[in-house]
Design a protein around this ligand. Structure first.
Ligand code: SF4
Length: 373
């Protein structure tokens, strides 16, 4: 274990390290300026358990119903050697169905460990990338690796399609419906962010073996149900913007030592698990430790981070405008707190020279709110 690992382990404490998923890496791009999240994720701390221990338990992620629906839809399109999917991809990618093969990579004989699966996946994908053969292959549940803050993250895309002509496409299968061509943009954005992580992992695999990383397309194929039936349809997502965001976040994670440097000596998020694995750490002490890690709360955190309730409460107590997001903070210029903005709005605080315009706008908004105009 190197010095950085030792310090990250000390920050995490005795809890086993949580792995990085593509969803977690994508979540980092949603609030790249948050040192708290970067430190917790780099150390492998369990954000959900920490949040519960400091008094903010809560369900995070998809509901059981949504997960079950997602699994059922995925099984449907992958049934019979991915027959439905192949039919769709033939149209989109020009795959000759009679030539295409379907390769499930969920386990490797009796070996289902991540390392063995990742090595097996890498062998097959590299062989496919080097092979001039035109035959397309669908690689189902490959295990990819990505270096995050010096650690190996193991990622498992729904599927990677190898197109005729030697180009890989990541396929994401999601169960949210596209109704009359309309989709929930938040869900599509989340799918694109996640797929960008897979594209990057695949590109790095090729680059590490002197192959052209651009052989992995930035166009991701999103398979969703059409309308209210379960008939699958394919949409193409361009994930170049998301790829750039993931790269920026990973660069920041690679400089995690500078964030660690700024922490007070001895700060730890150790849950002090007992023999049964239950946390025994004093919640007030743990909460105080968390406050030592600088956060940058945004309303979007609620969709991406297990600590959102804790951080929102912290921002509210600090009277911070962060609870309303960066757009409002930008509009209010140098006004830093909620109470300062309210006092300017109701006229109980005289504006400084550089606040006159903002104060006028706030008073106007307040008068509209009170129905006085
Ligand atoms: S919820 Fe808190 S820790 Fe998570 S990203 Fe937002 S501010 Fe950072």
């Amino acid at each position: 274990m190197n010095a950085l690992d030792t310090r990250l382990a000390a920050l995490r404490g005795g809890t086993p390290p949580a792995g990085f998923s593509a969803r977690a890496i994508a979540g980092l791009t949603a609030n790249p300026g948050c040192a708290r999240r970067a430190l917790l994720d780099a150390s492998g701390a369990d954000k959900g358990r920490i949040s519960a221990r400091v008094g903010f338990p809560g369900r995070f992620g998809q509901s059981t119903f949504a997960l079950a629906r997602g699994r059922a839809f995925e099984e449907q399109v992958k049934a019979d050697g991915a027959a439905q999917l192949l039919a769709l991809l033939r149209e989109r990618l020009g795959l000759a169905v009679e030539e295409a093969a379907y390769l499930p990579l969920e386990d490797v004989g009796e070996h289902t460990g991540r390392e063995v699966r990742a090595a097996h996946t890498a062998n097959l994908l590299l062989r496919a990338a080097r092979d001039a053969d035109d035959a397309g292959t669908l690689f189902d549940h490959p295990m990819l690796r990505l270096n995050v803050a010096g650690h190996t993250a193991y990622l498992e895309p729904d599927l990677v399609a190898f197109q005729v002509g030697g180009r890989f496409h990541v396929v994401e299968i999601k169960s949210f419906a596209v109704v009359d061509g309309q989709v929930d943009s938040e869900q599509v954005t989340a799918a694109a962010q996640q797929a960008a992580v897979y594209v990057l992992a695949l590109r790095e695999l090729l680059a590490d073996h002197d192959l052209d990383p651009e052989a992995v397309s930035h166009e991701v194929l999103l398979v969703t149900p059409a309308n209210f039936a379960n008939t699958p349809m394919v949409s193409v997502l361009d994930v170049r913007k998301q790829l750039a965001a993931v790269r920026r976040v990973l660069t920041r994670m690679s400089r995690i030592d500078s964030l660690l440097e700024a922490l007070p000596e001895g700060v730890t998020l150790d849950l002090a698990l007992d023999a049964e694995g239950n946390p025994t750490r004093d919640p007030a002490e743990l909460s105080a430790a968390l406050h030592q890690l600088p956060a940058r709360y945004r309303p979007g955190c609620r969709a991406h981070c297990e600590l959102a309730a804790f951080c929102r409460d912290e921002a509210r107590r600090a009277d911070s405008l962060d609870v309303f997001g960066p757009a409002l903070g930008g509009m209010l210029g140098g006004v830093d707190t909620v109470s300062a903005a309210l006092a300017l709005a109701d006229g109980t605080r005289a504006p400084a020279d550089d606040e006159v315009e903002i104060a006028r706008a706030l008073r106007h908004a307040e008068s509209l709110r009170c129905g006085l105009t």
